[in-house]
Every structure is written in structure tokens, then in C-alpha cells.
Write a protein that binds this ligand. Structure first.
Ligand code: COI
Length: 370
């Protein structure tokens, strides 16, 4: 039951490599109202934790009751931000089963981030085993109401107590779980986006492609500015030319111009290789809708809007899935598709969420049961 339950799809490694120890809680928490979850406010009964020590590698994998952790105030993560995180979800199918969506993609990205941040890599099989084990222990926390899921947050922090600037010799790999509803209060309704012209999120050679807290910390000021002006989020432009589109808020971004779908390419290393982004590209290709990954300037978007060729724009991410853009402000306001969700955004949302929640067939083999 704990790992590799009978219905597990054997496409993933089922060789138990981590010897996980279990300390289960005696006092289970009261579960929140599934219709009022919001995002990231509630945490389940347990957590996974594993240590890294130089010379010993990753060791002591364990599942514990959800609890505070104790760290030295000198722990390097607090001072030099050597850390990373991931985000994926577990979904309740109509048959009551629990499934994950492309966890191997998150694990691959986790190790790419680790490489950039000089954090030791985690054996992908071990990472998958840890994710499955913690979800299995807290499987009764996977919500069953429409649109709700269990958000899985693996993260690694440098725990070495040392104030010199160097690579940490000690780390903690932790996985916590949070039952979630819609990321944005507006749900799938289109959001208003401000094109940021002062601050940037990433530059070539930086950490834009990596999932690190620093990227999000640096973005907060733009988000604050946008919110003060009545916008939900920011459209980020590149840090060098200040004209090529990077991401929208904490999501990848897509535009539908003249019937063709375009999204910024990953080539410059600025863009997070989103799992939802990759899945949208694959779905669009499977439907025969032209989709290209390339540089897109804000001028091209403005021109396309002026000539009536910009029919849709939307953000993609694990948390919000698809977030349509109803208005873009780049000096002047551009209203997209009358502020309503467009047909391509809707089709992607319906199909992705259908596969994720097990309501539609999964022709790509993206899901795996826990
Ligand atoms: C995602 O949607 O994948 C995200 O990374 C959002 C998260 C930072 C809350």
C-alpha cells in the first residue's frame, strides 16, 4: 500500500530504492472545506524529509507528521538563497483513484535546477518514490470536488550553518502537500495584465530557466506595482533588449496570432520549461494547430492587436493550468477577445484538466496512478 500499490502503472520504476522510515501521526487534522481551499493555505498530516551530507550523499529518507523544522540561523539558505522548489499535483479520478501528471518532467527539471544551483542531484527514481510514498500516506487528502487537487511541493534547502559564500555541504530535501482549489480567485476567467517596463525577471545566463525562490522574490515588486494599478499580474519582458516576451506572472505565456499559436522559446535560458507549457504544445500539435516556439516582441503583439490578428493570449502553469488574458496594458489598454476566454484556451483547459482528473482518455500516457 505504501509504495507501488497494485494499480501503479509500471512505466515508472517500481524498484524500491529508498528505505523510507515512517512515523505516522496519531492525531489527524480536521480537513478543510473542499469548496473553500484557495491555494497553499492548508497542509496535510505528513511530510517527507531526507538529508544530504557531503561524503555520505542523500540519506535518512523518512515520512514524519507535518511539523516545523529546526535550522541554525546561520543555515546558508537564509543568507545566500541556495535552494530550489518544484510544483506538481495529485488528482482524484471519478473512480476515486489518485493519479499524478507527468511527475518525471518535474523531477527532470528539479535536477536541471539543482545543477544550476550547485545542489546535489537526487536520483530520479528516488525522487519519484518519495513523491508517491508521501501522496500515498496522505491520499485521503486528495480532494474530490470539481477543480480541486493536492498540490505537491518538493524543495531543497542548503542547511549548512556557515556564513562564507560557498556551496553548502548539507541539504534537506522536503516534500509537503497542500489541498488546493483555484490559484486565482477569478478561476478560469480572464485576468488583466500589466506589461512591466521597469523591472525584469531574468537575464540570459541567470536563473530564469530554473525553479528557484530568488526568481519569485525578485518578481514581487512588479506584482505589487501591477496590483496597485488594478492588474492581476505582470507580463515580463527580457532583461537585455527589454522587448521580447518572457513570462506572465509565474506562468509561461502563449499568444494566438493569425490563427497560429506562439510561445517564447526556451533557447535564451530565460524561460521556465513548464510542464503545462510542454503539454499544451503537444496537445496543439496533436490537433494540427500550428504552434511555434520563438522570440515574440511586445511590438509584434501590439501590432497584431491593432490589425485584429491577436485573438487570444493565456498563461500556463501547474497551479492555474490555463489563465486567459483579457486585457494587456502596454501604455495603452488592449482588450483581447472582448475580455472573454477564447476557443483555443478553452479547448486546452478542457483537455488538460480532463486528462489530469482522469475524466478524459490519456492518449499520451501522461498520468500514473498512486
Ligand atoms: C506553477 O504554476 O507551476 C507555479 O510555479 C506557481 C507557483 C509558484 C505557485
Amino acid at each position: 500500500m505504501i509504495f507501488g500499490s497494485e494499480n501503479a502503472v509500471p512505466k515508472y520504476s517500481v524498484i524500491s530504492m529508498l528505505d523510507i522510515s515512517y512515523e505516522l501521526t496519531r492525531t489527524k487534522k480536521e480537513k478543510p472545506d473542499q469548496t473553500k481551499l484557495g491555494f497553499g493555505r492548508y497542509f496535510t498530516d505528513h511530510m517527507f524529509i531526507m538529508n544530504y551530507t557531503e561524503g555520505k550523499g542523500w540519506h535518512s529518507p523518512r515520512i514524519l507528521p507535518f511539523q516545523n523544522i529546526s535550522l541554525s540561523p546561520a543555515a546558508m539558505v537564509f543568507h545566500y538563497a541556495q535552494e530550489m522548489f518544484e510544483g506538481l499535483k495529485a488528482y482524484r479520478t471519478p473512480a476515486g483513484e489518485v493519479q499524478l501528471f507527468r511527475p518525471e518532467k518535474n523531477i527532470e527539471r528539479m535536477n536541471n535546477t539543482n545543477e544550476r544551483m550547485c545542489i546535489p542531484k537526487v536520483n530520479p527514481d528516488d525522487a519519484l518514490q518519495a513523491i508517491r510514498a508521501i501522496v500515498d500516506v496522505d491520499r485521503d487528502w486528495v480532494p474530490s470536488v470539481e477543480g480541486a487537487s493536492l498540490y505537491i511541493r518538493p524543495f531543497i534547502i542548503a542547511s549548512d550553518p556557515y556564513l562564507g559564500v560557498r556551496i553548502s555541504n548539507e541539504y534537506l530535501f522536503i516534500i509537503i502537500l497542500s489541498p488546493v482549489g483555484a490559484y486565482y480567485e477569478q478561476g478560469i476567467n480572464p485576468v488583466k495584465i500589466y506589461v512591466e517596463n521597469e523591472y525584469v525577471r531574468a537575464v540570459k545566463g541567470g536563473t530564469g530557466f530554473a525553479k528557484v525562490g530568488g526568481n519569485y522574490a525578485a518578481s514581487l515588486i512588479g506584482q505589487k506595482k501591477a496590483e496597485e494599478m488594478g492588474y492581476a499580474q505582470v507580463l515580463w519582458l527580457d532583461g537585455i533588449h527589454r522587448k521580447y516576451i518572457d513570462e506572465v506572472g509565474a506562468m509561461n505565456v502563449f499568444f494566438v496570432i493569425d490563427g497560429k499559436v506562439v510561445t517564447p522559446s526556451l533557447d535564451d535560458g530565460n524561460i521556465l520549461p513548464g510542464v503545462t507549457r510542454a503539454s499544451c504544445i503537444e496537445l496543439l500539435k496533436s490537433w494540427g494547430i500550428p504552434v511555434s516556439e520563438r522570440r515574440i516582441s511586445i511590438d509584434e503583439v501590439v501590432e497584431a492587436h491593432k490589425s485584429g490578428k491577436l485573438s487570444e493570449a493565456f498563461g500556463t502553469g501547474t497551479a492555474a493550468v490555463i489563465s486567459p488574458i483579457g486585457e494587456l496594458n502596454h501604455g495603452e489598454k488592449m482588450i483581447l477577445n472582448d475580455g472573454k476566454i477564447g476557443p483555443i484556451s478553452q479547448r486546452l483547459y478542457d483537455n488538460l484538466t480532463g486528462i489530469q482528473w482522469g475524466k478524459l482518455e490519456d492518449p499520451f500516457g501522461w498520468t500514473c496512478k498512486v
